[in-house]
Design a protein. Structure first.
Length: 385
């Protein structure tokens, strides 16, 4: 019998994390959970630990360490706390695949730790590549470590590339357009948190849902695609496709375009990353062409959604620019979610931070940490003034 694939699941209590556990639950003969981690939702982490019996759990927020330890006292499960512990459990010997379902900058160092420990990386945390894509891809190539995308667009591109040896002409990343696709510019300033959280096609964590509405998420996916597939910015196009059926496409030199289609359900790209190159039975919800309404495609509106252009600009400028954009975005989105700034202030904070943050042309991992801190500080200052 083939040994089970041992998974360290980072961010197990989130949207991607819980859907990853759905896959594991359906295939207990294939997968085994060795580590589960959560940010603050310790009760959910305990519940998951009791079900999946990992070797260890990490609660990143240290103030919940005692509660988790007490709740798991009768189990042979090691309990750790703090963000450094995330990178440590990843590097531990008993792991084949690290599923990085953390949100934000917090995912970057664990991705590096996984690659350095030669662990297969199933990557949902796109911010890892936005901040440090160059380092992560270089170190992965040096060690021959596979990085398998979970993000649906990148999974689609990855699926289109299987079996191809010819160069890619360009990729077309599709975007739903989010809840404000048809909202006039003058109304954007007044949109509420509730409206911004109501994504038309996908149910996801709060931060990526806001990022989808501003098209920052799409900008980050352009950056992610550059690093994952070794493309130039001009080889990456974005098309708004409100039905979210075509998950992305690849064009080759002869004009052939391959696409991956399906219902919008993250279980598919998660399972594909975990079982690659095999597919497998999954759910009942099938795409029916007869029932399908029209599929439409249009160019994104960069006037109402300028942050998509900002992401391209950061990618072209290079250095720490994408790291600065990411840090400012995290602060701005959190402030918007707390009701402290208006929706349109998100772009003001990001652009203002990019103007003021120090440019570092060839950053090290330590430089990224400093740049992340600096951009967060500047973003907070802009918000307070
Ligand atoms: P989420 O907010 O639902 O879950 C995030 C997880 O990370 C939770 O378990 C949380 O406890 C943990 N966490 C948050 N902050 C932390 C910190 N500082 N330290 C340690 N742990 C922390 O997010 P999500 O929607 O599952 O997204 C996760 C990642 O996957 C993001 O990078 C997102 O862009 C990407 N992604 C998500 C989807 C989706 O459908 N949800 C689709 C594509 C890509
Ligand atoms: Mg995506």
């Amino acid at each position: 019998m083939i040994r089970k694939q041992r998974l360290a699941l980072l961010g197990s209590t989130g949207s991607i994390g819980t859907q990853t556990l759905d896959i594991v639950r359906r295939r207990p003969e294939e997968f085994e959970i060795t580590t589960l981690t959560a940010g603050s939702r310790w009760e959910k982490l305990v519940e998951q630990a009791l079900e999946f019996k990992p070797d260890s759990v990490v609660i990143a927020n240290e103030k919940h360490y005692k509660a988790v330890s007490e709740a798991l006292a009768s189990e042979p499960i090691k309990v750790y706390a703090g963000s450094d512990a995330l990178s440590q459990v990843v590097a531990g010997g008993e792991v084949d695949t690290v599923v990085n379902a953390l949100v934000g900058y917090a995912g970057m160092l664990p991705s590096i730790a996984a690659v350095r420990a030669s662990k297969r990386l199933a990557l949902a945390n796109k911010e890892s590549l936005v901040v440090a894509g160059e380092h992560i891809m270089r170190e992965a190539a040096e060690r021959n470590v596979p990085i398998l995308p979970i993000d649906s667009e990148h999974s689609a591109i990855f699926q289109c590339l299987v079996g191809e040896t010819s160069p890619v002409r360009r990729v077309i990343i599709t975007a739903s357009g989010g809840p404000f696709l048809r909202t006039p510019a003058e109304r954007l300033a007044d949109v509420t948190v509730e409206q911004a959280l109501a994504h038309p096609n996908w149910s996801m964590g709060a931060k990526i849902t806001i990022d989808s509405s501003t098209l920052v998420n799409k900008g980050f996916e352009v950056i992610e695609a550059k690093w994952l597939f070794g493309l130039k910015p001009e080889q990456i196009d974005v098309l708004v496709h409100p039905q979210s059926i075509v998950h992305s496409m690849v064009e080759f030199d002869d004009g052939a375009i391959k696409a991956q289609l399906g219902t919008p359900d993250m279980h598919l790209p998660i399972q594909y990353a975990l079982r690659f190159p095999e597919r497998g039975e999954l759910g009942e919800d099938r795409l029916s062409f007869e029932k399908l309404a029209t599929l439409t495609f249009e160019k994104p509106d960069l006037v109402r959604f300028p942050l998509l252009q900002t992401a391209y600009d950061c990618l072209r400028k290079g250095g720490n620019s994408c790291c600065v954009m990411n840090g400012a975005n995290e602060v701005a989105v959190a402030a918007f979610l707390r009701g402290e700034i208006k929706y349109t202030d998100i772009q003001r904070v990001i652009i203002g931070t990019l103007e003021r943050a120090q440019f570092v042309a060839a950053p090290s991992i330590e430089d990224y940490a400093a740049s992340n801190e600096e951009s967060r500080r500047i973003a907070h200052e802009i918000i307070q003034n």
